[in-house]
Design a protein around this ligand. Sequence first.
Ligand SMILES: Nc1ncnc2c1ncn2[C@@H]1O[C@H](COP(=O)(O)OP(=O)(O)O)[C@@H](O)[C@H]1O
Ligand SMILES: [Mg+2]
Length: 509
Amino acid sequence: MTEQTDRADDWRFKLFDSLSFPTRILKPDGTIIAVNNVFLERSGDQEAEVIGSTCRVNNLKHFPNQSFPCTNGEDCPLCRTVIRKMSQSVLLHTTGDDDEPHWEERVFSPILGGDGGVEYVIESIRDVTNVKRIEKLYIDMRELIDNVVQSSVSGIIAANRKGDIILANEAAEELFGYTAEEIRRVNIEDFYPPGVARDIMKMLRDEKLGRKGKLPVTHLEIISKQGEKIPVEMTAAIIYENGEEVATAGIFNDLREKLAVEQKLYESRVKIGQAEKMASLGRLAAGVAHEINNPLTSILMYGSIMREKLEPGHQLAGNLDYVLEDAERCKNIVKNLLAYSRQSSSTKEVLPFNSIVTESLKLLHDQRLFRHVEVVQQLIEQEVLIRADKNQICQVVINLVMNAVDAMDERGRLTFTTCVGEDHKTARLRVTDTGPGIKPEHMSKIFDPFFTTKAPGKGTGLGLSMAYGVMEENQGRIFVEQTGPGGTTFVLELPVVTLSNEILFDSIG
Ligand SMILES: Nc1ncnc2c1ncn2[C@@H]1O[C@H](COP(=O)(O)OP(=O)(O)O)[C@@H](O)[C@H]1O
Ligand SMILES: [Mg+2]
């Protein structure tokens, strides 16, 4: 086989030379007994110098600086082929003439002799640089996609056809409340309220809803590990392979923060609306009150003079008393209107917060209204100072008390509680009654001027609107903390004054 003259005619050599891969035929000890033409072309070696030499010597010539696994034993693919009598391969990473990385795969196939031992080994060399480059590109791309998925702030989840989670990024683990390990053991159906996962699949397959296999942005609730229902915005898609559904993927965005901001915006819009309404009604009330004040003063003055001049027991005395009584009531309404529209003067002073309860109760002390009302005081022991117009605030407390007593039909328990907020910046007075509560449909109107549910002559509908105006003027607020069939709690909140900011107040004026 090694005879040069035979080579041109021997069909085996013809076959050997027609192989498109560089190929060598080795003896088990590594002696090269034949190389094909492609090998000579690629390596630039002369046939005479190669034949009879060993693969190790030849490898060293071509890979002087690179480690070629030629040491005897398990590292050497030729030795392995001889020992195992099976094909072996080795992947060599080299640097090409272009200084770019190159890979070649060498496959060693044994040719067995009659005694069953390895007689020759065919070594074929394949350049797999392109395959390796594509493989590396693929791995890099996968890593990039993995990074994109993992670093996404949206929760991303993929599940196979059985619903087992096959991918979940960190944001998804956080959103659903599972660790990376736990989430793999959850079925996709557990992430939704019962039946929802099936509805999502139905929508995904429905061609009328966007493109088939794609779910446009949908708002729904998911269920976390802790059982919390979380509002989310999601999009989903079916993943197909050769037209077959193989998996589903979903992208989730937590809506809790967005909804909380929207709710706050809505509330502040309502507040602004309420404040505007109050302001315009205040101006109207002030106008009306001033107009009525003068004729009312005349009625009261001239009526009183007439009453004094009437003979005792005069038949018109009773009628005149009615006129004067009603005129007096009107005067009170005007007074309230002026207080509501903040047209009455206010004088602010620093005072102990608890004193507004004790002072108000003193003013109400002799009222027969309280005969069947138990009054409970739970006042904070620590001294808390506020800066407010005492008379105005006491009037507010009295209005709350009158409303509570009215609501309880003069029978029940009235509790006053004072405390400071967690930040120690605000003081709170809670006035709690055991009345029937405020109807939900009335809640948005109770602070409106002239809103009353009481019989004509009994209520003016000015108590709470006046209270609202006064609290605003004193940098505080009034609100209903809770109401229901068990009773109602109104809260008055005022800023706490500390000695240092009081000095500041005074120095500013
Ligand atoms: N403690 C309370 N319990 C139940 N309803 C109340 C309470 N306080 C106020 N309200 C409701 O708010 C309405 C407005 O109160 P207010 O402005 O003081 O006017 P008035 O007392 O003249 O009706 C009352 O008519 C009543 O319906
Ligand atoms: Mg009232």
